[in-house]
Design a protein around this ligand. Structure first.
Ligand code: FDA
Length: 304
């Protein structure tokens, strides 16, 4: 039943028909719990609240899969605008983005050009940009682009997904670049040919690659709500005398807020991923797919 629901939400998240319908009716059906708002103003207010609670943020202007060059350039301009608003408002936030929204499926060159404008702007403003990792079909090209950009920019990081067989080797290769990595379990539906099919295998590999990257001495964003894994990593960090400046915990907006607050209280750096914008449907469906129990939360909100 759980895997049926997961597949259904993953399918819905890719459907342009449902995306259009959702956009028309706005942020309803419980999506507000996971998305800070449709406008940048609402997102800034959400980040201000998080900053007051001692948390940093990474803002993501939602959007995936653009159809033409013009839309890709507009998406890059929105990223630049977000960086400028972050600087002007004085909030503590960096930027996360998806390269398919910058034209990755149209041409690699277009995407690299857009990335360079965003990273140059971020560098001038003293900020940092994280490239989210999308589905497996974009993994190799994303890493190739990251490698190319990393030669010219210090202010860029990328994500590695523990569910992929290749993640350990990728981290080893990225060690040469002293890469700043966000490590996650992985959110897309992938083939068993390239990914671990069992949750336990994913969790074990996740633990392994976090320790690998921390052990290599590189900056590590440990992005999870898994309390047991967080506890294990805290012990690993203390046993190995790893500096608090070499890592941070990251969680998603609206999820595991008590755990977020607990980590802040214990003195850890905590960063919250804050998505905003009109194109929220695919993101919302991925959050439901991760945890079908959220569907009850959504149903309760429809009744209200
Ligand atoms: P797991 O799924 O095992 O959940 C552990 C516990 O966390 C659950 O028992 C529950 O209590 C809580 N929880 C988890 N998901 C929840 C949800 N949706 N609603 C309510 N509670 C929930 N993925 C990717 O492929 N590419 C990327 O770039 C990113 N980026 C990213 C950034 C950040 C900051 C985070 C935290 C996560 C991502 N992810 C991601 C998503 C990631 O791959 C993964 O799907 C989710 O983090 C859920 O996995 P957990 O590690 O939380 O563990």
């Amino acid at each position: 039943m759980e895997s049926f629901m997961r597949n259904t939400f993953q399918f819905l998240g890719r459907s342009s028909f449902f995306k259009k319908y959702a956009r028309k009716y706005g942020l309803q059906f419980g999506a507000k719990r996971f998305v800070a708002g449709e406008s940048i103003d609402k997102a800034i207010r959400a980040v201000q609240r998080l900053n007051q609670e001692g948390k940093q943020a990474t803002l993501d202007h939602l959007g995936e899969f653009v159809r033409n060059e013009q839309e890709a350039i507009e998406a890059a301009q929105q990223c630049i605008q977000t960086l400028q608003v972050i600087a002007a408002s004085g909030i503590q936030s960096n930027l996360s983005l998806k390269m398919t929204s910058l034209g990755l499926d149209i041409s690699k060159e277009l995407c690299v050009r857009n990335m360079r404008s965003i990273l140059t702007c971020a560098r001038e403003l003293g900020n940092f940009v994280r490239i989210d990792m999308e589905d497996f079909s974009h993994c190799q090209v994303s890493l190739d682009i990251y490698e190319e950009l990393r030669l010219d920019y210090d202010n860029v990081g990328i994500v590695i997904q523990a569910y992929l067989f290749r993640s350990e080797a990728d981290i080893q290769a990225l060690n040469m670049l002293n890469a700043n990595l966000r490590l996650v379990k992985g959110a897309y539906k992938e083939s068993p040919k390239v990914s671990y099919p069992e949750k336990k295998q994913v969790d074990d590999n996740f633990r392994k690659i976090i320790k690998q990257h921390l052990g290599n001495g590189n900056y590590t964003a440990i992005a999870t709500h898994d309390a047991a894994i967080i506890a294990e990593m805290k012990s690993f960090i203390h046993e190995n005398d790893i500096s608090y400046d070499q890592f941070e915990f990251q969680m998603l907006y609206g999820i595991s807020e008590e755990l977020q607050q607990q980590l802040v209280k214990e003195g850890y750096r905590v960063r919250i991923y804050v998505p905003f914008g009109e194109d929220w449907f695919g993101y919302f469906m991925r959050r439901l797919a991760e945890r079908p129990a959220n569907v009850w939360f959504v149903l309760k909100n429809i009744r209200k």
